[in-house]
Design a protein around this ligand. Structure first.
Ligand code: IPE
Ligand code: IPE
Ligand code: MG
Length: 257
């Protein structure tokens, strides 16, 4: 009887890696945004404090940033703390702020080594002083980097961003004694994402299907990709899985194709 060779087992990771190897890298998304959600549920499932879920999520940030750089993406925008997240208990907010500081302190060298340029989006001036200082330090230290643009939305709200931009636009025009002359392009330059292309792909973890006030203006024609995976379990293979299907999407921008 002929020997039966065991069936080759193809793991989802191997399948994604194989797809990635074949993909035309020039068709990958240029700018990927991520709503990192599910830290609390991850912790609760393990009977841990919510803060431990956030701490575990830092590992996912590291892996995802590295993976985005390796994939050759131009920009990665991570939603880390919303304006509305101040509604959470003070100790959770403190734990989050602490993690931001610690991450920046530990990772700045690594970001420089990988030529990753860091920028914070949002009402940074309202953050606690030590966080603000660390944000300024990392931004300045990586300002010369020309690889991946890593943006972290901190104390960010999409509506507030639009209102702030409109206010600033009007204020400048009035100071110069002219009527505000608004168009979409000029307006974009007043948003915290100025200089960045709109996100091509928005990833949200933990199965939620909402924007939660993230990049409202910029995501007009962004493609969505969601996963049940909770943020602390998110790794480079999930990012690869999200981007690998991107070239197949047909973006119509309201036209026919
Ligand atoms: C995302 O995880 C992190 C932040 C919003 C700061 P959550 O803390 O929202 O986790 P869930 O949604 O409660 O599981
Ligand atoms: C969005 O997640 C904000 C961040 C990921 C930082 P939330 O957990 O705050 O969103 P909602 O409250 O479920 O909409
Ligand atoms: Mg949440």
């Amino acid at each position: 009887m002929p020997a039966i060779s065991p069936a080759l087992e193809v793991t989802p990771e191997a399948a994604t890696a194989a797809l990635l190897a074949r993909i035309d890298r020039t068709r990958l998304p240029v700018h990927v945004a991520v709503i990192m959600d599910g830290n609390g549920r991850w912790a609760e499932a393990r009977r841990l404090e919510r803060g431990e879920g956030h701490a575990a999520g830092v590992e996912s940030v590291r892996d995802t940033v590295e993976a985005a750089a390796a994939l050759g993406l131009s920009a990665l925008t991570l939603f880390a703390f919303s304006l509305e997240n101040w509604r959470r208990p003070a100790e959770e907010v403190e734990a989050l702020m602490d993690l931001v500081k610690r991450y920046l302190k530990l990772e700045t060298g690594n970001l420089i080594a990988n030529s990753i340029r860091f920028r914070a989006l949002g009402r940074v001036h309202e953050l606690p002083r030590d966080v603000r200082e660390m944000v300024a330090e990392t931004s300045a230290a990586t300002a010369h980097c020309t690889g991946l643009a890593m943006n972290v939305a901190l104390n960010y709200g999409g509506r507030a961003e639009i209102v702030d931009a409109a206010r600033e636009f009007a204020r400048r025009a009035l100071a110069e004694g002219r009527v505000p002359d608004l168009d979409e392009g000029a307006f974009s330059e007043h948003l915290s994402t100025r200089g960045l292309p709109d996100p091509d792909l928005l990833i949200r973890t933990s199965g939620e299907m909402r924007l939660s006030n993230f990049l409202l203006f910029q995501s007009a024609y962004t493609e969505f990709w969601t996963t049940e995976t909770l943020w602390p379990d998110f790794r480079r293979r999930h990012l690869s899985e999200a981007v690998v299907g991107f070239p197949r999407r047909i973006r119509r921008y309201g036209g026919l194709r």
